[in-house]
Design a protein around this ligand. Sequence first.
Ligand code: FE2
Length: 568
Amino acid sequence: MNTMNRRSFLAGCVIASATITVSTALTGCTRSHKKSALSDVLFSHGVASGDPLSNAVIIWTRAIPSTNAMQGDTFATVNVLWEIATDQGFVDIVRVGQVITSESIDYTIKVDVQDLQAATQYYFRFTGAHQISRVGRTKTLPVGDVDSIKLAVLSCSNFPAGYFNAYAEAAKDNQIDAVLHLGDYIYEYAMGGYATQRAEEIGRSISPDNDKETISLVDYRKRYALYRTDKGLLDLHANTPFIAVWDDHEVANDTYKDGAQNHNEGEGGFFERRLAAISAYYEWLPIRPPKGNQSPEIYRHFEFGNLLSLYMLDTRIIGRDKQLEYSEYRDTETNTFNSKEFIHDINKPQRTLLGKKQFDWLSAAISESTAKWQVLGQQVLMSKMMLPIDVFGGDDRSQIPRTIEQLVNIQQALENGQEVSVQELNRLNTKMPYNLDAWDGYPAEREKLYATAQQTNKSLIVLAGDTHNAWHSVLSAQNGLPVGVEFATPAVSSPGMEYYLRTEHETSSKLAQQLPLLIDDLQYCNLHQRGYMTITLTSQKVTAEWIYIDQILSPNYQVAARHKVDYS
Ligand SMILES: [Fe+2]
């Protein structure tokens, strides 16, 4: 026990069977007594930490009964010891306790370690009868004045699509204070489905006991267990606390408040499936569920001293009205588009992504915050991505680069003062949103949010995932005034625009240079490289850096490119 005194040891000692053990309960245990009761386990999926506060952090592991321990025994519960220290050698242990887990929560363990010091780096580990887990590193949030905070932002890791080299690279950066995970931590698809084509070839198959689409609690648990074998992901979890929210694929593609594109009646009740999905998520992610382990209300906020308020939002499960589809407004017989009805429907003032409760919570929190920066960690692009309607014309996607080239030529002619026909001008200026699944499909609520920012004189730093590509846009309200900036992270391994358009790297790079010329608010994009993003905030400026890795087909990768931008 070394430098830890008896009083602090007792304060940290607790036995509980809930998913989250809060470590402030007092018991009369001693360490030697505890050790004798520890179970023979395997720490099969590493360690993790998350949801740091200035005085607390969640630590996580999974402790499955070892093969020896299972012989002739059903092992309803297992006991392990947890320790948290200020040094890697565990000389200065500041909290310690014992925790019970069982099959009922997939042998996952979460401890909400309390009474920690602010802005402090800690090390943690778990101990069974004969085993010690790897050592995890975590950090509590600061209070008061803060010079600088560095966040890593990641999303969309698809196991069969490739190796999680972006996680591996982020794990090497010891300057990162917290990882924001914006969802698609897993994908629900079966082998043979989306992004699984090369899985076998690259050694990323899903085992036969989990290779169907995930529906049940057992299915989702097995999928998390698979993903948590990737070395890059294990290293990042061990090295940095996560602050995570889900996107749609933690449940099913294009989820909304009472259904999903990738859910049908044959798969059982949607709400049953959703409960299974969120239960497994809460079990496997180092998260402090704000409303308990059964509640879909995941939105919550974090204060990094007086530098930034971070709001982690759910744009999928709680409040989202079903996405509109362009195809529903097209008359297939006459091939005409009912734009009047579409415009009426998309602009309905009650149409919502967040839902009233979450919106009101966010609006009040932004209004009350005294922090320099208001950071929104959420899933889908918020900026206006209005593209000339010509780009959408026809079913042949291979024509899109050529159409964009033509439109850019018209745009450049216009800028150079050359003559442009009325017809060409119409081609350029008749625009529609490219993705109705994003905030573009919910413009009234977006304007309401922008109005909150304007009324309270706050600048929004919006972070997004979901698209698998990198984007930097200004956020502009209907009145033309800027309300902030959006930085979107590329996927860890899910395929991006280059897959959709079937374009080679060279064409993708050219398209990425052309798109900002056609989309008013877009400043920069990358359409073909996987990676992640860091956001460094000081009182003076916010710096976004995109880090792209060269390939995902093997774990032997290199950083291929970086792009950096300042916002103040
Ligand atoms: Fe994704």
